[in-house]
Design a protein around this ligand. Structure first.
Ligand SMILES: Nc1ncnc2c1ncn2[C@@H]1O[C@H](COP(=O)(O)OP(=O)(O)OP(=O)(O)O)[C@@H](O)[C@H]1O
Ligand SMILES: [Mg+2]
Length: 258
């Protein structure tokens, strides 16, 4: 829980530090990046899927210069988008001429072929869990799927909504231990974001906690994690093109058990 808020938090922290950041709201089932940012986009990804608008036309600039591709709600999940349509969208994204330092992709919960394709092509996969046993079990399942596709080394674990640092650390240690023991995966833990009322308080005001309460504990933790992330590549554009081609080639392969 907290994927969208954290993705936005990291993206905003980097945008504020003057990096060129694009966030793609790829959770088409229940896209809500724009709601949290308090912006009302005229067009969104549904228009692109229907062939009515180009990616360039739906791209909007949010706070701190963060650019956003709004997802649009209530249609279908990116999970169910035709691979060919997804390919077209991705190629359009890669052709955006402006260079990027970071591309964040916010997906829904659960792993599907399309989400997997994106995760395997990405430089880093931020896996967000909470200390709850059910969340840890879900996270373990995700690690297992990525491992089966040789993508587990990309995972960076964030424990969200821990009561305190100790609870966060204990949860991370548990997951690190089982991943090592049963999957042979060495998990990288990148940080903890505490439970912080500033997060839902901001959401209720159609704001984001990182902007509304920059000194709140959640914001300080977010900044710490953001500064530990690696950039796409020296040449942002070719990095993006590589990424897109990898997603496309995965989608064109025959599905196999995973
Ligand atoms: N660190 C936190 N402290 C307190 N509340 C939080 C924190 N992180 C997230 N929340 C709350 O949890 C709820 C879900 O957050 P968010 O939408 O970011 O999760 P999500 O993982 O993207 O969910 P979904 O799977 O539906 O996309 C929000 O109401 C948010 O305010
Ligand atoms: Mg979400």
């Amino acid at each position: 829980m907290g994927k969208t808020n954290l993705a936005l938090g990291l993206a905003l922290a980097l945008a504020k530090a003057k990096y060129r950041v694009l966030l793609w709201d790829a959770d088409l089932g229940l896209a809500n990046v724009d709601i949290i940012l308090g912006i009302v986009p005229k067009y969104n990804l549904t228009h692109v899927l229907k062939g009515e608008r180009s990616i360039r036309e739906v791209l909007i600039e949010g706070p701190a210069g963060l650019r956003v591709i709004p997802g649009g709600s209530g249609i279908e999940e990116i999970a169910n988008v035709e691979p060919l349509v997804l390919t077209k969208i991705l190629r359009e994204m890669a052709a955006l001429d402006s260079k990027l330092d970071y591309l964040f992709i916010d997906t829904g919960a659960g792993i599907t072929r399309q989400v997997l394709a994106v995760a395997l092509a990405a430089t880093e996969v931020m896996l967000v869990t909470t200390p709850e046993p059910t969340a840890l079990t879900d996270a373990y399942g995700m690690i297992k799927v990525l491992k089966n596709h040789r993508g587990a080394h990309r995972i960076k674990l964030i424990v969200n909504m821990a009561k305190n640092e100790r609870e966060g650390e204990a949860a991370a240690e548990k997951l690190v231990r089982v991943a090592r023991q049963f999957l042979g995966v060495e998990l990288k833990v990148v940080g903890y974001v505490p439970y912080d009322r500033a997060v839902p308080d901001a959401v209720k005001k159609n704001q984001h906690y990182y902007l509304a309460s920059p000194h709140a504990p959640a914001s300080l933790s977010t900044l710490k994690i953001a500064s530990s992330l690696g950039k796409i590549k020296k040449d942002g554009n070719s990095g993006l093109k590589d990424f897109v081609e990898q997603v496309v080639s995965f989608l064109q392969k025959k599905p196999r058990e995973g």
